[in-house]
Design a protein around this ligand. Structure first.
Ligand code: NAP
Length: 280
């Protein structure tokens, strides 16, 4: 068996072409384009790179981005004040607070201060709760991007057993809820899970969101399973040992070029939706 590559890079490129047209149509109709405000606190180089990539993606589709940079000693109050200012600014349609923020900041309070209508990265508790209840909300960008990728490749989810390894607020937890909403039977594993391998062996769909390079071994995975690897580590490896799975899985997300491009793509996709709701 040769696994189908779930090509996030190609899907993101295709979607960008569509988004470009939607932004142009909006500009013609309303005279304005959607604006995403990105907030970077501190000088973590990886975070700075991610923010830059998000700004570049906005530009590629003709959208604007406002880049807010705050020093590493910013307080929770100062960050909250900035978020409130962006909430109040009618020209801003989406707000992205780059995770993680420095440790003195109450990240959860800051995420939750983002106006639900501008929560295009899907990080608020309110947005999560609404999504979990099947109400309208912007999905958390990485798991929502994974869902869009699975849908684009017609991967069946209903009735399938999905095992999500990881339960972080931005990935594992919303991923599990989205799969549940798509009628998968979901198991969530984490650092206290006993017999992790036995759980993974049961899975029709495995999502690796552990944050450890090639932690999930290829021989733990059932032949024919669908493999989604959210990880990205130096050297171009993910959280799953993907090499042998090219001949064992039915489909897999390559690293790089699978989940990563879909995360940024979902952020701009949802920013365009927010812009259309406000300007259209
Ligand atoms: P995280 O906050 O560090 O969470 C890691 C999760 O893995 C936690 O729930 C943890 O369990 C679990 N875990 C750790 N060790 C484990 C073990 N031995 N067995 C089972 N579970 C274990 O990481 P994250 O932010 O969710 O990110 C996960 C991965 O996705 C990382 O590789 C990250 O780089 C990647 N990521 C990619 C994108 C993208 O755009 N492509 C975006 C975000 C993240 P506990 O809860 O019990 O601690």
């Amino acid at each position: 068996m040769t696994a189908t590559l779930l090509d996030g890079k190609a899907l993101a490129q295709k979607t960008e072409a569509e988004l470009q047209q939607r932004v142009a149509a909006l500009a013609e109709k309303s005279g304005a384009t959607p604006i995403l405000a990105t907030i970077l606190v501190g000088d973590d180089p990886a975070s700075a790179t991610y923010v830059k990539m998000k700004g570049n993606a906005c530009r590629r589709i003709g959208m604007e981005s406002i880049q807010v940079e705050m020093s590493g000693d910013t307080s929770t109050e100062q960050l909250l004040a900035k978020i409130h200012e962006l909430n109040e600014n009618p020209a801003v349609h989406g707000i992205l607070l780059q995770h993680p923020v420095p440790p003195q900041i109450d990240e959860r309070a800051c995420f939750d201060a983002i106006d639900l209508r501008k929560d295009v990265d899907g990080v608020t508790c309110l947005g999560f709760g609404r999504m979990a209840m099947g109400e309208e909300a912007y999905g958390c960008a990485t798991p929502a991007g994974i869902m869009r990728l699975l849908e684009a490749y017609d991967i069946p989810l209903s009735g399938k057993h999905a095992v999500v390894v990881g339960r972080s607020p931005i990935l594992g937890k919303p991923m599990a809820m989205m799969l549940l909403n798509a009628n998968a039977t979901v198991t969530i594993c984490h650092s206290r899970t006993e017999n992790l391998q036995a759980h993974i062996q049961q899975a029709d769909i495995v999502v690796g969101a552990v944050g450890k390079p090639e932690f999930i071994k290829a021989d733990w995975i059932k032949p024919g399973a669908v493999v989604v690897d959210a990880g990205y580590h130096p050297g171009g490896v993910g959280d799953i040992e993907l090499g042998p799975l090219h001949e064992k899985a039915s489909a897999l997300t390559p690293v790089p070029g699978g989940v990563g491009p879909m995360t940024i793509n979902t952020l701009i996709y949802q920013s365009v939706m927010s812009g259309e709701r406000s300007l259209g």
